[in-house]
Write a protein that binds this ligand. Structure first.
Ligand SMILES: [Zn+2]
Length: 69
C-alpha cells in the first residue's frame, strides 16, 4: 500500500462501475489520459453514448489506481 502522487502510473476504469453500463465488465487500464480516452471511445462505440462532459467527468472520477502485486 503506497500513497504516491496520482499523476503518474496506471489507472483502471471498469465499465461495470458505470451506472449506465452495469452489464459490461470491460476493464481499461493505462495512464490516466489514455484510460479516459479509451473508456470514452468504448462508451461511444460499445454502448452508443455521446461524448459528453458527463461521461468523461464520470470516467475521471471513477479511475482507480491499478493494483500491482
Ligand atoms: Zn462497456
Amino acid at each position: 500500500m503506497q500513497s504516491q502522487a496520482h499523476d503518474m502510473g496506471q489507472h483502471v476504469a471498469a465499465c461495470r462501475d458505470v451506472p449506465i453500463d452495469v452489464l459490461c465488465a470491460l476493464p481499461i487500464s493505462g495512464e490516466e489520459s489514455e484510460v479516459v480516452v479509451a473508456a470514452t471511445r468504448h462508451a461511444l462505440s460499445a454502448h452508443g453514448h455521446s461524448e459528453t462532459v458527463e461521461v468523461t467527468t464520470w470516467i475521471r472520477q471513477n479511475l482507480k489506481d491499478e493494483i500491482t502485486v
